[in-house]
Design a protein around this ligand. Structure first.
Ligand code: HEM
Length: 84
């Protein structure tokens, strides 16, 4: 996930700053062709989206408990009561 994000961010910055849209001839290149950077950006974007969904599913119990603790059980008041 980390490596995928690095590739995604790097290809995004190359597209933004080294090869912005309309920055010259079609097929401009910076190490790789612009088309290749776009493909890398698209593929890593799809992969990270899938990884984020898997990450959310794997940590769903944590998310559910945190929502419960913060909004349903009134966590802070309960703790304060138990200390007395
Ligand atoms: C550091 C972060 C990022 C930067 C600097 C960045 C930059 C860019 C730029 C400049 C473009 C336009 C490319 C063009 O000229 O056609 C672009 C397109 C795009 N970005 Fe990013 N991006 C970043 C992160 C992301 C993330 C996190 C996602 C999705 C998970 C994403 C998905 C896309 C998609 C789907 C396109 C359209 C590509 C196409 O036209 O085929 N980007 N991005």
């Amino acid at each position: 996930m980390f490596i995928d994000f690095i590739l995604l961010a790097f290809s995004g910055f190359v597209l933004k700053f080294a090869l912005p849209r309309g920055s010259g001839r079609l097929g401009a290149s910076f190490i790789l062709e612009r088309e290749d950077w776009l493909s890398m950006h698209n593929i890593t974007a799809i992969i990270i989206t899938i990884l984020i969904v898997i990450h959310l599913i794997m940590n769903w119990v944590w998310i559910k408990n945190m929502i419960k603790a913060l909004f349903v059980n009134n966590f802070v008041n309960k703790n304060a009561k138990n200390k007395k």
